[in-house]
Design a binder for this molecule. Sequence first.
Ligand SMILES: Nc1ncnc2c1ncn2[C@@H]1O[C@H](COP(=O)(O)OP(=O)(O)OP(=O)(O)O)[C@@H](O)[C@H]1O
Ligand SMILES: [Mg+2]
Length: 252
Amino acid sequence: MSKIIAITNQKGGVGKTTTSVNLGASLASLGKKVLLVDIDPQGNTTSGIGVNKADVQYCIYDVLINDVHPKDAMVDTAIENLKIIPATIQLAGAEIELVPTISREVRLKRSLQLVKQQFDYILIDCPPSLGILTVNSLTAADSVIIPIQCEYYALEGLSQLLNTVRLVQKHLNTTLQIEGVLLTMFDARTNLGMQVIEEVKKYFQQKVYQTIIPRNVRLSEAPSHGQSIITYDPRSKGAEVYMELAKEVIAI
Ligand SMILES: Nc1ncnc2c1ncn2[C@@H]1O[C@H](COP(=O)(O)OP(=O)(O)OP(=O)(O)O)[C@@H](O)[C@H]1O
Ligand SMILES: [Mg+2]
């Protein structure tokens, strides 16, 4: 069975990209066939997994706008079983260019359907906005993972996100589900982190993953080496928790 999961939260810097790269690498190291789709013009997943943007021939922009077949935009990564459709800054224009096009919300869905069966998991790293690129992602996805940072204001903006999910469910993708809510950047030294965990669990209940991602400096270093935590420092706490998360995702 193959599953498309959008990793989304319009709040910036909550761990979407860190989760896409490291969950993707963990799933691949457990033998799953994984495709990462970078649909954020910042292209952090692309560089974070070691793809040099200057070498990219076709990116997700070409898939969305120029009808390039997704298999022609896919590139291998250093990890077996892990491929990526990269994003470059070219994608920044897509929000505007998509506006007048026909079926603009379903373009990603149509493209990914062409390759879905080749993968166990397709993970889409969304940008920090609720614009047309995120709507395309939610329309293409079977489910969403929502990373929430264990910080004050963590829940702010969530109702807007859930509202967008509901609108997409109503009009574009009736079977879209919440795959899980992931607590990120937990710092055990503060009471605040515990409070956020309690609040998020009260709200999302059994949807919250048991695995909580702590703050881990190795996780923040890995992207500058173009590596996932699984290859950068497989013995780190960061690697351990993302492997645990991958097992939870597989078990669902
Ligand atoms: N568990 C963690 N421990 C330490 N640093 C982390 C952790 N998770 C993420 N970071 C760091 O926090 C910053 C933001 O994380 P990330 O880029 O994954 O968030 P994002 O939601 O994708 O951001 P954006 O909204 O800009 O796309 C990055 O510098 C990242 O390396
Ligand atoms: Mg990101």
